[in-house]
Write a protein that binds this ligand. Sequence first.
Ligand SMILES: [Fe+2]
Ligand SMILES: [Fe+2]
Length: 241
Amino acid sequence: MDINQDRRDLMRNSALLGLAIITPSLPTFALTEQKANDGKEPEVTATEDLMREHGVIRRALLVYAETVPKLRQNASSVDPVALQQTAQLFRTFGEDYHEKMLEEEHIFPLVRKQGANLQHYVDVLTEQHQRGREITDYILAVTNAGKISSQHAEPLAKVFEGFVRMYENHAAREDTIIFPAWKTNFTDKQLDEISDQFEDIEHKMFGKDGFEEAEKKISNVEGALGLADLAQFTPPSPPKS
Ligand SMILES: [Fe+2]
Ligand SMILES: [Fe+2]
């Protein structure tokens, strides 16, 4: 049965007959889809995999960004353990796995051959990986004590600001320019095979599901720093114009 076709038909009919009709049908569809997956984890495509890794990386960047004003206000109140854990996660999951094993090994070599513009992008992205590693070394060193000394507070705040700015731009260009360009080298079937290959690398590197573990780790850090509740980031309504 083509579930997507059925759902499209249902949507079209519901649009014609009014929304009320869709409600009783939803549980049936939820059950059908569950059966289709047969209890297995749904398939993650290679680029979805890379982008959800960026999601974990971005959450580490948000931890750094939230720490900046606290460092400037009262550095001794900042928990160095949570920052140390964030930097360790950035090292193992972000740098050693996502950057080195996937992007530098599989993505960049192909994209580099796809024209001068993309070649230039890959050069800059590779330099940024390198600068990021220097920065992670620094964060690991500065957060390796019982508390962050006042002498390190401002330099660390500046390093965080620079790193977040660089990496937000970095990941956004990869998501919208580099990964789509890379995908054009393959058929859907080949992309499926590459996705399995990426999963094997992940298992070899972490012994289990690296993404799930990384997501758990960043959740724990957010919890320790009072950043777990997403609603706190909703801004107030803007002034009436
Ligand atoms: Fe990258
Ligand atoms: Fe990336």
